[in-house]
Design a binder for this molecule. Structure first.
Ligand SMILES: [Zn+2]
Length: 411
């Protein structure tokens, strides 16, 4: 069954690469004006221009895009979207002047979400996460990575990962799962890091791998959380069991997390708000992708990652939401794209590549999604009529996504 989509004002993101885009190449987001697109069995089959004298191809069905700009759906490679409840009370406390320690003393922070997770059933967590994903797909996201990390004990980490597996099994979009047991030391292990590391190595990882619940391990490598040595130990143990590595790196301090991630062959190092020359150099020539999370820096009123310096050095960058209840309570990738340009100074074309193809690479999904390429899933954004692609980043705070297609079907 072939479907011809015609009357596309601009068809963006036509590219197939074996490696993530990096440095200067990220400024090229290929666009075809006045285009048509043929889909076959839910996948991208062919494209061309309506002005071509050869005329339009044959198809079983014709869809009129009515002047929409058509793009690959967003690939959000860093989310914590399985959580219970919300933490707007902490935002209000912060506005009133309470600092992180005072909020933690009131029972806030990661541990408050951990408490909520422990009190919520797997079915409820699944229903809450599904509702979030359904909204985000309508806003243009066509692939997700989702982390555990609010369980912080065997039972609740497994519960979160089983929720992610159920989402994978029931949704028509690709989802990757990361085990983030090393998100924070739970209260019982604050003075006993060795005990928690052993719990991760000897109980959590074997159980997770036995059930096939995770594609990646992730660690919050940060001063006051998991040290370089602790991070390395967890990652190596996970790699020995066949998991890939992602890291929360250089959010609050330049302590060597990026360099460690590159040395471990991590698929991505994420955050990068606090970079020094050594960490920028480490990413410059690495296959490891640097994932920027401008929504989190915005919400936390932190400075944004040095995107221009990273690109000048030749790094490969992805953009993701970091959707979570504490530091980025939105998964709206349209807003993330705008923040990346307005605040982190990516060019719109760079941000578009970072939010699509490089996001797919940052989850190992580049063969399925992330660009207009033969054989990839037809997970596509159809915008309202817009004057240019730059407009998506410029006219921020609105959602210009009009319709979303998943596997060739409007949803
Ligand atoms: Zn995160």
């Amino acid at each position: 069954m072939k479907t011809l989509v015609r009357n596309i004002a601009q068809l963006g993101g036509i590219q197939s690469h074996n490696k993530a885009l990096r440095g200067e190449a990220m400024a090229d987001f290929p666009v075809l004006p006045q285009a048509w697109l043929v889909l076959e069995n839910g996948c991208i089959h062919a494209w061309g221009q309506e002005t071509d004298p050869k005329g339009l191809p044959q198809a079983d069905m014709v869809l009129d895009a009515k002047g929409a700009t058509v793009l690959p759906a967003w690939c959000d490679s860093h989310t914590h979207l399985v959580f219970a409840g919300s933490r707007e009370n902490e935002m209000v406390d912060k506005i009133k002047g309470l600092d992180y320690a005072a909020i933690a003393a009131k029972g806030g922070g990661i541990l408050s979400t951990a408490k909520a997770i422990a009190q919520t059933s797997e079915n409820d967590l699944y229903a809450q996460a599904m509702a979030r994903i359904e909204r985000l797909v309508q806003m243009g996201t066509g692939a997700f990575e989702i982390k555990s990390g609010y369980g912080l004990d065997l039972e609740n980490e497994l519960k979160m990962l089983r929720v992610i597996r159920r989402l994978k099994e029931s949704l028509p979009i690709p989802i990757r799962s990361s085990f983030l047991g090393a998100h924070s030391y739970p209260l019982a292990f604050r003075q006993n890091h060795e005990g928690y590391l052993q719990l991760i190595e000897k109980e959590m990882l074997p159980a997770i791998v036995a059930e096939g619940l995770a594609d990646y391990v992730d660690v919050f490598c940060e001063t006051g959380f998991f040290s370089l040595a602790e991070t390395k130990r967890i990652c190596v143990a996970a790699q020995e069991k066949g998991l890939g590595v992602k890291l929360h790196a250089n959010q609050l301090s330049a302590m060597g997390a990026v360099e460690l991630g590159v040395a471990l062959g991590a698929i991505s190092v994420d955050h990068l708000e606090t970079m020094d020359a050594a960490s920028i150099n480490a990413l410059a020539n690495a296959d490891t992708i640097g994932t920027l999370l401008p929504g989190a820096a915005f919400f936390l009123r932190q400075s944004q990652p040095p995107a221009r310096e990273l690109l000048q050095a030749g790094a490969a960058l992805a953009l993701a939401s970091d959707f979570n209840p504490g530091s980025c309570p939105t998964g709206n990738m349209n807003l993330v794209l705008a923040l990346a340009c307005i605040q982190a100074k990516l060019l719109p074309a760079e941000a578009l590549n970072a939010a699509t193809l490089n996001g797919a690479f940052a989850m190992g999904l580049q063969k399925e999604v992330g660009s207009i390429a033969v054989g990839k899933k037809a997970n596509l954004i159809f915008t309202s009529p817009i004057p240019s692609l730059d407009y998506l980043a410029y006219a921020f705070g609105d959602c210009w996504v009009n319709k979303v297609m998943v596997n060739g079907q409007f949803i």
